[in-house]
Design a protein around this ligand. Structure first.
Ligand code: SAM
Length: 226
């Protein structure tokens, strides 16, 4: 019944939806285990892929923790915390927006203006959003300097810092500490507003002779697996 309605909506309005970059599609129709998705997080592909990946990692009982570089208000980090509820979650951010050093590099390389404002957040408000707050470790400050004393192994990392420099530095920092079977999400790989994200991934992967998978979430993430 629902599928027929969805097909009818697609038939009548699918082209208009697609023009707005919205795709109505079936997904994992034959998977029987319960999935904990949130209908109010309006990026099904990003959230759903994270949920699937967490399931693979947790099923294998891999040892390691999780992290996000570029947390802002914690909208995505709260799901990392939810799906990896037994693991420590490092939350890396200035919590004051982009750093001038990164913005200067960004402009010099002709990638973006780095003018988006991400300063209206705080460690406190982010922690209030986390379902398993006891496992969260906020790391406030300029990355990679902020990570100088952090030595850990990771099963999952989300890099969502928008700009070339922190993404490239994030790959350099996290990839060596990623366990076999672990994943790194890099947001904005197919976002033309932040072309530095793609450049950072392409450069790092060419240097390391590794590959990535582009996925069709709303900002076009890439995923590296080890
Ligand atoms: C797009 S926002 C993150 C959005 C968030 N992941 C979400 O899904 O809602 C980008 C964040 O990266 C942070 N950021 C960028 N460069 C950074 C750096 N070098 N060190 C620490 N944080 C950085 C900014 O402060 C900003 O909060």
């Amino acid at each position: 019944m629902f599928k027929s309605v969805a097909r009818a909506i697609n038939f009548l309005l699918g082209k208009s939806f697609q023009n707005q970059h919205i795709f109505l599609s079936s997904s994992l129709e034959y998977l029987k285990r319960p999935r904990h998705l949130n209908k109010n997080y309006f990026d099904y592909v990003r959230l759903s892929t994270l949920e699937l990946i967490s399931n693979e990692i947790n099923k294998k009982n891999l040892t390691g923790n999780v992290a996000e570089l570029g947390v802002y208000k914690g909208k995505f980090a709260r799901f990392i915390n939810l799906y990896f509820k037994e693991r420590k979650l490092y939350l890396f951010d200035t919590f004051e927006g982009f750093d001038e050093r990164d913005v200067n590099t960004e402009k010099k390389k002709g990638f973006s203006s780095g003018s988006q404002n991400f300063s209206d957040t705080s460690v406190k408000s982010v922690l209030e959003l986390m379902p398993y707050v006891k496992n969260c470790i906020p790391v406030k400050g300029f990355f990679p300097e902020s990570a100088a004393n952090i030595k850990d192994e990771f099963v999952f990392v989300s890099l969502d810092a928008d700009l070339y420099e922190p993404i490239y530095e994030g790959l350099k920092f996290f990839y060596p500490s990623l366990v076999t079977g672990g994943y790194i999400f890099i947001h904005d790989f197919n976002n033309d507003n932040y072309p530095g994200a793609r450049k950072a991934v392409e450069k790092f992967c060419a240097e390391q002779n590794i590959s990535f998978v582009p996925i069709p979430d709303s900002a076009g993430s890439a995923i590296i697996c080890k």
